[in-house]
Design a protein around this ligand. Structure first.
Ligand SMILES: [Ca+2]
Ligand SMILES: [Ca+2]
Ligand SMILES: [Ca+2]
Length: 239
């Protein structure tokens, strides 16, 4: 076997070894989070229990990045107290475009992992409460298992909360039609939760396929050309 043929065989061998790893997609993770303060140090607001209760429906108390309000007309004394973790709604916006890795995430391909982390406190735990993504509604929305930090795998949670629906929610725009909740454009998720807790922290981390960098594509093309030329040399020598 001549030296050129041997070199070509080595080249083809190297290319065959290298190509699968080059073609394999790399993964990238992006996160968005919101932080408030912990119960019972939250910004309680005591509204007077006189006057027109419906006027209170426009009152929003800010707890860091969380917006706390009474969803329905207040009736019980706790309804007039906003930020005490009883009978109230929290809303927040997760903005993934602030993560520098967001531009690297290929939104046209399914995500490989979606993790929700949230920390809640309050006077009385209610297992029927939930935290939801605006577009997906409260049906099957993640429910906390206890006060403190909850970690939820959202990839195949249930029903409306799966990879495809969450990715669609991230790609689209969501207008809640209610200024107390958060509008979410592309790259953002509008979330809310309630009604018997103060939320201190919320984060979603999404892992998906990384958009191939131009340098990697050029390298892949070079590998393919090398492979092609190597085969041409082998064929010529064997004639
Ligand atoms: Ca309250
Ligand atoms: Ca309640
Ligand atoms: Ca409740």
């Amino acid at each position: 076997m001549g030296r050129r043929v041997f070199s070509s065989v080595v080249l083809v061998g190297l290319c065959l070894c290298w190509l699968p790893s080059a073609a394999q997609a790399e993964l990238v993770s992006v996160s968005a989070s919101v932080t408030g303060v912990a119960y019972p140090n939250g910004p309680w607001l005591e509204l007077p229990q006189t006057g027109n209760p419906t006027a209170y429906l426009t009152t929003v108390v800010l707890n860091g990045g969380f917006r706390i309000f009474r969803y329905n007309e207040p009736i019980a004394p706790e309804d007039f107290r906003i930020g005490d973790g009883i009978n109230e709604t929290s809303a927040w916006l997760l903005d993934f475009t602030q993560d520098p890795n967001y531009a690297l995430l290929d939104l046209s391909k399914p995500f490989t992992a979606i993790e929700l982390v949230f920390t809640i406190h309050g006077p009385t735990f209610d297992p029927t409460d939930n935290v939801s993504i605006g577009d997906l509604g409260q049906a099957q929305a993640p429910m906390p298992t206890s006060f403190g930090t909850n970690v939820v795998d959202l990839m195949n949670y249930s029903g409306q909360y799966n990879e495809a629906t969450i990715r669609a929610s991230l790609l689209g725009a969501y207008d809640p039609g209610d200024p107390r909740f958060c509008y979410a454009g592309p790259g953002q998720l509008s979330m809310s939760g309630g009604d018997d807790f103060v939320i201190e922290y919320a984060r979603i981390t999404i892992t998906g396929v990384m958009i191939p960098e131009p340098g990697s594509m050029a390298l892949l093309a070079l590998g393919l050309v090398s492979l092609f030329l190597g085969r041409r040399v082998l064929r010529f020598k064997s004639c």
